[in-house]
Structures are given as structure tokens and as C-alpha cells.
Design a protein around this ligand. Structure first.
Ligand SMILES: NC(=O)c1ccc[n+]([C@@H]2O[C@H](COP(=O)([O-])OP(=O)(O)OC[C@H]3O[C@@H](n4cnc5c(N)ncnc54)[C@H](O)[C@@H]3O)[C@@H](O)[C@H]2O)c1
Ligand SMILES: [Fe+2]
Length: 355
């Protein structure tokens, strides 16, 4: 038996923020980061909330276990009727984990401000254990939001580098979901549409095109639905290991790894067929090599450096821990091909260290 489920209601189209009127008069805790809280963007949310509002704006990129504990204390003290997560994957994952930890789980509304993680529709929350330098992806249906509000207008000011990094995360979600062990016709439809749309629109979004940024927000959400059902794979397992150790942007790490992961997984015939379909959808020759080469070209166009910005010595020293963390990562079992420590070592040495 297989299953495909989508829990959050997704609000989009003209004036999506109107959906927040459902929270009128309620006590709302908003979870965000300091930049977004001071940027004026948060006023668009606050303008819709008519009850008591408290803002927890301490979220930093790659939220830590300690930060979630602080957030849980804020949640217990304020006792909100609902939580609104406002931001990229970091505020959304922090808010998801905060709600999940409490005895009474308040309904969670996610409002993404980056086109990347798809966290607004996934049962994943990625937290960092800063003491051990390890990222931990929690996966549980209890982490799913009630609602997601997709408002492309929030992405106008996203800087080009963040658009590039997060956009490569979208492509990686779609590419991994398309060939993952849990892939189905339902997840496949979403993964293929998300991949083709992101491949087509990311360059324009990078140069600031508003409609392209909106298309990327939709692609991000579709890719999130796809991987939530199908699973991810070795690219995300390695990106989590590297992100926990070196604290580099998640999407940029995926961008470095994905072409190699495609070539590695393409030894599996089903995965090779999945990648070939993605390549054809993007107007390329229908084979995995063409897909990997196109992603490398796109990465260059987005000015993402091809090597890890850490020294060769630091990478060598970190290798055993990175391999151990990646093998234990929750994303590994969905990879279409079995992965051994030696395979991970070869992929890591291929991308680093370039500093
Ligand atoms: N839960 C999931 O399903 C899932 C999936 C993939 C990644 N993740 C996790 O999500 C995190 C990364 O999230 P992210 O890539 O969205 O980055 P992020 O949330 O860390 O934000 C990156 C930067 O962009 C800024 N920013 C956000 N919105 C902006 C806007 N509208 N205008 C200007 N600046 C803006 C933020 O202030 C921050 O400085 C990582 O921890 C990653 O592991 C989670
Ligand atoms: Fe990701």
C-alpha cells in the first residue's frame, strides 16, 4: 500500500494574506528572524492580526536545539491560540519544532519569505545540535502546518545570492524526489513540474524579475510536497552533515553536491530514467550526464563557487565525522542507490576544500 497526503491548506493568488483573517481576534505568536522583524515586511502580517500578538524574532540561520528550547519557553509563557512562522526555512523549522514539543500543539500557519525549502508543506524540521556540530532532520507528521500562505510580494527584496542558494535547494528537492525510493505517480508529477519550472525561472528570479520570483515560490512549494511524499537522498544527507559542521547556506551545499550525486545515482537504471525525464523536460538531451552538466552551468551562472569554502586540511580532518553524520541522516534511506562510506568520501573530496 502507498499513501499520498497533503495536510496544509495552501493560500495563493491575489491577496493571499487575507487568509490570515481567520486568525482575527486570536492570540498569535509570530516566529521570525531579526532581519525580517525589522524590515517592514512583518507589518504586512501584523496588519491582518487583530488580537494580542507577540513576536519571537531570535531565529538565526540553521536553528539550534537551544533556540527551540527558548522558543518553547516563549510559547508556554504567551499561550497563543495560533503560531505564525514568517521567514525562510530557519524560522519555519524553528516554529514547527516549537509547536511539536509542546503538550498542546497550537495550529501553525507558515508564510515563506524565501523560495527554497518548501518547509511550509513538509513534515520535516531541520535543527542543529551546535555542541556536536550536527544537523538533525526531524521527520514526523505532527510537524505539518495547518496552512501555508504563498505571497510572492514578500520576495521582492530577497538578495540575488539568497535567491540563487534557495533556488538550487528547490531544484535539489525536485531532483531527489523524482528518483527517491518513495516516488509515486503523484509525487513524480509535482517533482517534474517543480524541476522544470525552477530550471526555467531561476535565472530570471536571480536578476530580480518579480514574476519569476513568484514562480519560484510555487515551484518551491510543489517540490516540498513532492519530497515530503517521496523522500530525499544522499545529496541532502551530505548537505546536512556539511551544514552542521561548517554552517554554510543549505541550498549552496546542495548546489555543489547535486551534479555529482546525479552521476553517482545514475548507475541505478530507474534513477537514470528519472533523471533523463527531467533532462528532456528542460529541453536537454535525455540522459543524466546532460542534466548534471546543465546544473553545473546554472550554478556558474548564479555565481556559486564550485568548491567548498574550507581548506583541504579542515575538510580531511572533518571527513570521518561528516561521513558518520551523513550515513545516519534521515534522508539516506530514500536514496535510490545504496551508499557506502567510500562513496561519500569520494563525493566530499570532489567538491572540497577550495579555500
Ligand atoms: N523543513 C524542511 O522541509 C527543509 C527543507 C530544506 C531545508 N530546510 C532548512 O531550512 C534552512 C534554510 O532555510 P532558507 O534557505 O530559507 O534560509 P533562512 O531561513 O536561513 O534565510 C536565509 C537568509 O535570508 C534572509 N531572508 C529571508 N527572507 C527574506 C526576504 N524576503 N528578503 C530578504 N532577506 C530574506 C534571512 O533573514 C536570512 O538571512 C536550513 O536550516 C535548512 O536545513 C528545511
Ligand atoms: Fe533542502
Amino acid at each position: 500500500m502507498e499513501r499520498f497526503a497533503v495536510k496544509p491548506k495552501i493560500y495563493f493568488g491575489p491577496e493571499p494574506m487575507k487568509a490570515l483573517d481567520a486568525l482575527a481576534g486570536k492570540r498569535v505568536l509570530v516566529v521570525t528572524d531579526a532581519f525580517l522583524a525589522s524590515s517592514g515586511l512583518l507589518d504586512r502580517v501584523k496588519a491582518r492580526l487583530t488580537g494580542p500578538v507577540e513576536v519571537f524574532d531570535r531565529v538565526e540561520p540553521d536553528p539550534s536545539l537551544r533556540l527551540v528550547a527558548e522558543g518553547v519557553a516563549a510559547l508556554r509563557a504567551f499561550r497563543p491560540d495560533a503560531v505564525v512562522a514568517f521567514g525562510g526555512g530557519s524560522p519555519m523549522d524553528c516554529a514547527k519544532a516549537m509547536c511539536w514539543c509542546g503538550k498542546e500543539r497550537p495550529p501553525l500557519w507558515c508564510i515563506p519569505t524565501t523560495a527554497g525549502t518548501g518547509s511550509e508543506v513538509t513534515s520535516f524540521a531541520v535543527l542543529t545540535d551546535t555542541d556536536r556540530g550536527v544537523k538533525i532532520p526531524l521527520v514526523d507528521d505532527g510537524l505539518l502546518a495547518e496552512a501555508a500562505v504563498l505571497d510572492p510580494g514578500l520576495l521582492d527584496g530577497v538578495p540575488p545570492q539568497v535567491t540563487a542558494d534557495t533556488g538550487m535547494d528547490v531544484l535539489t528537492h525536485a531532483a531527489e524526489a523524482a528518483v527517491a525510493r518513495g516516488a509515486s505517480p503523484f509525487s513524480g508529477a509535482l517533482a517534474e513540474r517543480a524541476f522544470a519550472l525552477a530550471d526555467q525561472r531561476l535565472p530570471a528570479a536571480y536578476t530580480g524579475d518579480r514574476t519569476a520570483k513568484g514562480d519560484m515560490l510555487y515551484a518551491s512549494c510543489m517540490a516540498g510536497m513532492a519530497f515530503n511524499a517521496a523522500g530525499l537522498g544522499v545529496c541532502h544527507a551530505l548537505a546536512h552533515a556539511l551544514g552542521g559542521r561548517f554552517h554554510l547556506p543549505h541550498g549552496r551545499l546542495n548546489a555543489l553536491l547535486l551534479p555529482q550525486v546525479i552521476l553517482f545515482n545514475a548507475q541505478d537504471p530507474r534513477a537514470a530514467e528519472g533523471y533523463s525525464r527531467l533532462a528532456r523536460l528542460c529541453g536537454l538531451a535525455g540522459n543524466p550526464r546532460a542534466l548534471a552538466a546543465a546544473l553545473t552551468r546554472l550554478r556558474t551562472r548564479l555565481k556559486i563557487a564550485p568548491r567548498l569554502p574550507v581548506s583541504a586540511g579542515d575538510l580531511r580532518e572533518a571527513l570521518p565525522g561528516l561521513i558518520q553524520a551523513a550515513l545516519a541522516d534521515a534522508c539516506i534511506p530514500a536514496n535510490p542507490r545504496e551508499v557506502r562510506a567510500g562513496d561519500l568520501q569520494a563525493m566530499l573530496l570532489e567538491i572540497g576544500g577550495g579555500a
